[in-house]
Design a protein around this ligand. Structure first.
Ligand code: GLA
Length: 388
């Protein structure tokens, strides 16, 4: 059952009173992986899986939070200063509340009921969805309307500082700015974007491997450190550079011997991936989906061989996808080490693709994949109670 029909009732029976409801979507990244924290380019789209937050005011300065997914409660006192993360789901909403307060948005106490449709551990940004939905709910019910960009940055900071994952800005940004039928061509340095229409004849098919390897978050932070090391070393020879965004393929080759082999491989991925995003945007603009698909295939190989964030299950899914009819491109999406692949599929073949992929993947691995046929959805916002 979708939360939209019952979230108000469940809020009433748990907390009493009439809540306001906000929602924020997960996302799928079409191309441009591990480029956001290198100040580069990415091309995510919001998807029709939302995290829903129903919120009502309290008289005190406490937050009472209930998660439907985890059937668990959490509680925080906004007046007491220091607070330690609990290493559970509640670090996301509480981290966001702390960031809003630190940025000067004094919050009222609130009851929150949270329910998310975004699959966890699938690389579809369930974390950004809960952060953004909570931030909108808390700010709005306290009478604040921060700029969307500021909200995105505060949510990212909550995840960086309170949760402890050094993620980039892509997920929070697209959750707030997503547009129906469009991908966003995101410039993660300028923090600006261009909307790119995804033609109706194409479906975004997301295929969840159903595995999430334990190393995901530690390896993620290690990749960031590799990139930072590359920049530090290259800066000795290229003093003008600030991030891998500023390094050209020629410069990287010229100074290859000055950096470690690992740092070189990571940098080579990032430099190539940025170029692929730019080319993919051009391809979309000129209606050349086949060219877009080629860039996706290259992106996957680069993530597998140079950035080393793929895994056998993701590689298998991509190989299987290339054997299906109507497929323009396939690659892993999100941070890696499990999670999902994104497939650009001719709409006429999407149903058949889903069926055949499910069978083949199950035959090879014994796992039943979840496969979703999607279109780009709209970003976060209040949800009018008339629509509930
Ligand atoms: C995760 C992070 C994003 C981004 C991707 C990789 O989803 O949250 O900021 O770095 O990995 O592209």
């Amino acid at each position: 059952m979708t939360p939209r029909s019952t979230i108000v009732e469940r809020f009433r029976s748990r907390f009493g009173g009439d809540p306001r409801v906000y929602r924020a979507p997960g996302r799928v990244n079409l191309i441009g992986e591990h480029t956001d924290y290198n100040e580069g380019f990415a091309m995510p789209a919001a998807i029709e899986f939302y995290c829903w937050v129903a919120v009502g005011a309290r008289e005190d300065r406490r937050l009472h939070i209930y998660s439907e997914e985890f059937s668990a409660e959490a509680d925080a006192d906004l007046s007491s200063a220091a607070r330690q993360p609990s290493k559970t789901w509640s670090d996301y909403p509480i981290g966001v509340a702390l960031q809003l307060e630190q940025a000067g948005f004094r919050l009222r106490g609130a009851n929150l009921l949270i329910e998310s449709e975004v699959p966890i551990g699938a690389g579809l940004s369930s974390s950004a969805a809960i952060e953004v939905a909570t931030a909108l709910a808390l700010a709005d019910q306290s009478g604040w309307t921060p700029e969307r960009l500021q909200l995105a940055l505060l949510c990212q900071r909550a995840e960086n500082e309170f949760v402890g994952a050094r993620v980039g800005i892509m997920d929070q940004f697209v959750s707030l700015y997503g547009e129906k039928d469009h991908a966003l061509m995101l410039d993660c340095r300028a923090l600006s974007f261009a909307s790119l229409l995804i033609p109706n004849s194409v479906k975004l098919v997301i295929s969840n491997t159903m595995v999430k390897h334990e190393l995901a978050s530690s390896e993620y932070n290690r990749r960031r450190a590799d990139c930072e090391e590359a920049v530090r070393r290259l800066r000795e020879f290229l003093p003008g550079i600030r991030a891998l965004r500023d390094v050209s393929a020629e410069q990287l080759e010229q100074y290859r011997s000055k950096i470690s082999e690992v740092a070189y491989k990571r940098a080579l991925h990032v430099v190539g991936e940025n170029a692929r995003v730019l080319d993919s945007a051009e391809a979309l603009r000129s209606g050349d989906i086949a060219r877009f698909g080629m860039r996706m295939a290259e992106s996957h190989r680069s993530l597998r061989d140079l950035y080393e964030v793929s895994c056998p299950e993701l590689d298998l899914m991509v190989d299987l996808a290339h054997q299906q009819k109507g497929v323009y491109g396939a690659r892993m999406t999100g941070g890696g080490f499990g999670g999902a692949t994104i497939n650009l599929v001719d709409a006429r073949y999407a149903g058949e693709f889903k069926e055949k992929m499910a069978k083949s993947y199950q035959r090879e691995t014994g796992l039943v994949p979840q496969i979703y046929i999607c279109r780009p959805a709209e970003g976060a916002g209040p949800f009018p109670s008339s629509d509930l």
